[in-house]
Every structure is written in structure tokens, then in C-alpha cells.
Design a protein around this ligand. Structure first.
Ligand code: 9WN
Length: 454
């Protein structure tokens, strides 16, 4: 239903192969990131997927976002996973029986009709909604797409800005590595080291049934992910107030609270998109644009490191009085290049860092590695500790183009499209060789390659 474009059985072009991945991962209301590893709906995956899907079927792209937003909590949070009740409980860990949203999330306003996780993911949704609208404004108007999603997207941003400014400096914090989306980034090594891992026998990983252990986070990482998620759940997924129970901090977070450059840059890009949506609906976008500018200023003030030539993560639980910037250089610290109103010297420095020895774009690497090539923690195969991912490639392609770096943007675009197809639409690839890692037939890889193909 709703499929506007049926790829021919013997298609040979990359476009057709990417479209096939999206068709194979479509469940009728949304798209799974991967049939094997991630058999439910994921929040930021759906946003990226909708951006590609709009070229195949604007209706499916709108539905993708609408389905996700139907699972929004009353407090405004958009959960990072919406569970498909038809999928067996042991197919993914942590599943609905772990998160128990309907009961544990009752006070935060978890929906009663669907089961979800209780944490969030980067807010790419308003940006995606705007791009989806542009693909077919006629259909969008006819279905009242923007009218329906706008209040939900506004509530989502309100939740982040009001309940997650844990550092008090205007930026949003994540309280779990899964929220930031780059789960085992070396940036989290120091903040996670302070977390007592859950006992290994208290949970069972499902990812190792499908993924190679050396491409996935370690058991020790998982023990800590489980501990943080358990504590947050057991405190009723409450943000922003002390409960004196399991949460040790007055702001409601557990032992992990980080201001991340990519998460905040995506919020800013989405706030700009919300301004455009507001205007399209005949209301002023001025206040939103002003807020986006304030957030951009806060981002530069709190996370920009001129010596490193990139943004860094701020660890709010660091035992230093100034709550230090984390020393590791992640691709996350380059993503703000996406923002058109970034001060020129900052954008210029980011381009130098991207092409310099730490990321080597266009020299030793064809796609941007997720982590600093020169870090002792760099590993070309282990998940977010080095491999190149296609969503970060897509974001940086836009950033380069936005700041007038046409040749670099063209080369990156070509690399995303070529390597996505050559790898079988892999989840991530070795940044030097392009060798496929993780799952193949991965949703956002196909979607974003398709988008750059257009
Ligand atoms: C936990 C679905 C998600 C992505 C994340 C990626 C990975 C999950 C996992 O898969 O995380 O949310 O089980 O490893 O890190 O960015 O959204 O594709």
C-alpha cells in the first residue's frame, strides 16, 4: 500500500537497488533500519529514511514521520524506538519488556497504544518533514501534512530545550550514548568509565546473533548502557527534577550527561526548518529563527575548540570544576558545518580539519571516518570508533556545499553514492577500503544515497 514506484525485477542501476532496500524494509507504516539487526522503527533512522523515501513515494515518506510522531509522549519526547508488536520479544535487546514504557513512563506521558523506549535520538525530524513537504507540496497540502506534524515537532523541540538543558547554558544534553546515536564513540569512554556496569548475566544481547562481535560494542559497553537505561527507567524517565531515588543528580539525569555538537547542530537545523514550516502555514518564523541563532551562539561558545579546529563534547559529569571538553575528536564535532550561519572562521577551520590528518577526506579516506584516524582509540571496523557512516557523509556533503566547497562536496556525494551501492547498502564501511561492516540492506544508507543521486 502506498508504494508509488515498484522497482523492476531486473533493475541494474544503483537507484533501483537503493529503492529495493527501502521497499524490502517497509513494514506498511514505517521502515526498519535493518530486517536482521534492527527490526523496529528507530527515530533518527526514520527521519533520514524519509528524506530518501520522498523521491520514491512522498506518501510513504509522510507516513514514515507520522507513524513515528504518533508514538510521541505527552511530555513531548519522541522515543528512540517504536516497537512493532508483531516482532518476537527476543529479536532485539533491549526490547519493550525492558523499557516498559506504558508503566514506567506513565508519569512522563508515554502512549498507551504503542510500546516504545524511553530515551530519545537526534532531532532530525523537522528538517526531514520540511524536505518531505518540498518533494510534493500538493500532496502535503491535500493531506494536511504540515498542519498535523507542526505542533508535534514544536512540542518535541520544547521538550529538549526545557527539560534537557542540563548544563544551564542553553544547549541540550543527552543522558545515554544511545541518545546521541553514535553508541560506542571513544568520546564516551571517559564519562562511561564512571558507570558501574550491570552484571553480564542480567541481560542477553541479541545483536551478536546477527552482527560480528568485532564490529559491535563490547560486553562492557553494554553493561554500562543497560545500567544507565535501567536507572532512567526506574526513575520514571523523569527529567529536570530531583527525586532522591535512583538518580543522583538534581537535574534528573543519571551519571551520564553530555552536550554533543551533532545533536545540538541537528536541533538548530531543525529549528530553522520549523521556521520555514511555520511560515508555510502562514505564521511568523521569526522567533524560531532567533532561537536557532541563540543556539548557534551557545554551540560555539560552549563546544568550539579553536585549537582543535572542531567542536568537542562537554562532559557535564566530569570531576573537574569547569566540566571539561572531552579530548577525543569525533565526526560529531564536524557536523555543525551543516549550519549556514556558522561564523565564517569556524566553518573554514572545520573544512581544514575534515581534509587534514585527523579525517583525511579526499586523501586517505573517501568517506568521513566516524573518529579521529590518529586517536589511539581509532578502529576501522568497530561501529562508531572509526568506520564511515552514510548519514554523517550526507550531513557533511550538505555542510560543504552550504559553505561553498563545491569540489569537496561533489567528491563526497560521488563517494556516498558509489560506496553505498558497492557495499550492498551497508550500515557502515571501513573508511580506507570501503569494505562493508555491520548489516547490509541498511535503511538510511539506501535512502541517503538515493537522495544524493537526485
Ligand atoms: C541502539 C538503528 C540504530 C541507530 C544508531 C546505531 C544503532 C542501536 C543499537 O542502531 O544503535 O539504538 O542497537 O546498536 O548506533 O545510530 O539509530 O539503526
Amino acid at each position: 500500500p502506498g508504494i508509488a514506484y515498484d522497482p523492476p525485477a531486473s533493475g541494474t542501476s544503483p537507484h533501483v537497488r537503493a529503492a529495493r532496500v527501502l521497499t524490502a524494509n517497509w513494514t506498511g507504516r514505517s521502515t526498519v533500519p535493518s530486517r536482521s539487526l534492527y527490526p523496529h522503527q528507530w527515530s533518527w533512522d526514520s527521519a533520514f529514511i524519509a528524506i530518501g523515501l520522498r523521491h520514491l513515494s512522498p506518501l510513504r515518506a509522510q507516513t514514515e514521520l507520522e507513524t513515528l510522531l504518533t508514538a510521541q509522549w505527552a511530555d513531548g519526547r519522541v522515543p528512540h524506538i517504536v516497537f512493532n508488536p508483531a516482532v518476537p520479544l527476543d529479536a532485539y535487546f533491549p526490547g519493550p519488556d525492558f523499557w516498559r514504557s506504558a508503566t514506567a513512563g506513565r508519569h512522563a506521558g508515554a502512549p498507551r497504544t504503542v510500546q516504545t523506549s524511553g530515551i530519545v535520538q537526534p532531532p532530525v525530524h523537522a528538517l526531514a518533514a520540511w524536505l518531505v513537504h518540498l518533494a510534493d507540496p500538493g500532496l502535503s497540502h491535500a493531506r494536511g501534512f504540515l498542519v498535523r506534524v507542526y505542533p508535534r515537532l514544536a512540542a518535541w523541540h520544547r521538550y529538549l530545550l526545557r527539560r534537557r538543558d542540563l548544563g544551564g547554558g542553553g544547549l541540550v544534553s543527552v543522558v545515554h550514548p544511545w541518545e546521541q546515536g553514535m553508541d560506542n564513540s571513544p568520546c564516551w569512554d571517559a564519562p562511561l568509565a564512571r558507570i558501574v556496569p550491570a552484571p553480564p548475566r542480567s541481560f542477553r544481547r541479541a545483536d551478536l546473533t546477527h552482527g560480528a562481535p568485532e564490529d559491535r560494542p563490547t560486553d562492557l559497553d553494554y553493561g554500562r548502557y543497560v545500567r544507565l537505561a535501567t536507572d532512567y527507567r526506574d526513575a520514571g524517565y523523569a527529567d529536570g527534577h530531583a527525586d532522591g531515588h535512583t538518580n543522583a543528580y538534581a537535574d534528573g539525569s543519571g551519571g551520564f550527561a553530555v552536550e554533543d555538537p551533532a545533536f545540538n547542530a541537528l536541533l538548530i537545523a531543525s529549528e530553522h526548518a520549523l521556521a520555514l514550516i511555520a511560515e508555510e502555514l502562514g505564521t511568523p518564523g521569526t522567533a524560531r529563527r532567533a532561537r536557532a541563532e541563540r543556539l548557534t551562539a551557545a554551540l560555539v561558545e560552549r563546544l568550539w575548540d579553536p585549537e582543535a579546529g572542531q567542536f568537542r563534547c562537554r562532559d557535564l559529569r566530569a570531576p573537574t570544576p569547569d566540566r571539561g571538553l572531552l579530548p577525543e575528536r569525533s565526526v560529531s564535532g564536524l557536523i555543525p558545518l551543516l549550519l549556514p550561519t556558522l561564523p565564517h572562521p569556524v566553518a573554514a577551520a572545520l573544512v581544514r580539519t575534515l581534509t587534514g590528518p585527523h579525517f583525511s577526506l579526499g586523501d586517505r579516506t573517501r568517506l568521513v571516518p566516524s573518529h579521529d584516524l590518529r586517536s589511539a582509540a581509532f578502529d576501522p571496523h568497530r561501529y562508531w570508533r572509526g568506520p564511515a557512516w552514510f548519514n554523517t557523509g550526507w550531513l557533511l556533503e550538505h555542510g560543504l556545499r552550504t559553505h561553498g566547497e563545491r569540489d569537496l562536496a561533489d567528491a563526497l556525494r560521488e563517494a556516498v553514492v558509489t560506496l553505498a551501492d558497492a557495499s550492498g547498502y551497508a550500515e557502515y564501511v571501513d573508511p580506507y577500503t570501503g569494505e562493508a561492516c555491520g548489516a547490509t540492506g541498511f535503511g538510511w544508507t539506501a535512502a541517503l544515497a538515493l537522495d544524493l543521486h537526485h
